[in-house]
Ligand binder design. Structure first.
Ligand code: AMP
Length: 227
């Protein structure tokens, strides 16, 4: 299996985190979620956490410089050398440009956009529950039965503080303004694919896997023709 790095584009609630968890589990590579790192920093009361809290609570984006710094530092760690899945980064064109520079000398960057219409996203975000202990998303999605506790670790399920109606609408509008343009940024690359995120998590995972494999096969074919 060839090594690769993956970024998932898609609005909040598109299923990026859930799918990222599956890929990292199946492929044994780390997941790097800027949202998780920021929430951990807020919980730990670090300087970045104190600066980020109000911004995250309003549903706005933390400054590019801060988030790019976080990712740079994380990608420099040894476990990210043989592939990683980025979840929630990049979210702006400036972040995408910075990531392109960080990718110098690394394995290919596969970009998958998880497409979900806005009304489905709002419904998902307002019913989403997450585990207080491990951060996993659980139940409540698309009318699915909400589990009483986290299936992974048995932790208590809570609503994320930024999953209330006004913040959800703000996050979606921030997505449309600042993050959706990334689809155009990446669309013309041979490593770009889109999958239908309204399907069941299993179907999305199967499509995502097929998209990754097709991209890698395409890159191998191009390499063979060139050499
Ligand atoms: P997420 O868990 O990916 O939905 O992220 C939660 C919140 O963290 C977002 O609403 C932003 O406030 C902040 N955040 C996460 N990733 C980024 C990023 N790449 N750039 C700026 N802010 C981010």
């Amino acid at each position: 299996m060839s090594a690769f790095n993956l970024i998932m584009l898609g609005a909040p609630g598109a299923g990026k985190g859930t799918q990222a968890d599956r890929v990292v589990h199946a492929r044994g590579i780390p997941k790097i979620s800027t949202g998780d790192i920021l929430r951990e920093a807020v919980a730990a009361g670090t300087e970045i956490g104190r600066l980020a809290k109000a911004v995250v609570d309003r549903g706005e984006l933390v400054g590019d410089e801060v988030v790019i710094g976080i990712v740079q530092e994380r990608l420099a760690r040894h476990d990210a050398r043989n592939g990683f899945v980025l979840d929630g980064f990049p979210r702006t064109v400036a972040q995408a440009r910075a990531l392109d520079q960080m990718m110098d000398g690394r394995d290919p960057l596969v970009v998958v956009d998880i497409e979900v219409p806005e009304d489905v996203l709002v419904r998902r975000l307002l019913t989403r529950m997450v585990c207080e202990s491990c951060g996993a998303t659980a139940g409540g999605m698309d009318g699915g039965a909400a589990a009483p506790e986290c299936r992974k670790c048995g932790g208590r399920l809570v609503q994320r503080s930024d999953d209330n109606k006004s913040v959800v609408l703000e996050r979606l509008s921030v997505y449309l303004r600042q993050t959706k343009p990334l689809v155009e940024y990446y669309r013309t690359r041979p490593t770009f694919r889109a999958v239908d995120g309204t399907q069941s998590p299993d179907r999305v995972a199967a499509d995502l896997d097929a998209a990754i494999e097709a991209t890698l096969r395409g890159l191998t074919a191009v390499k063979a023709v060139r050499s």
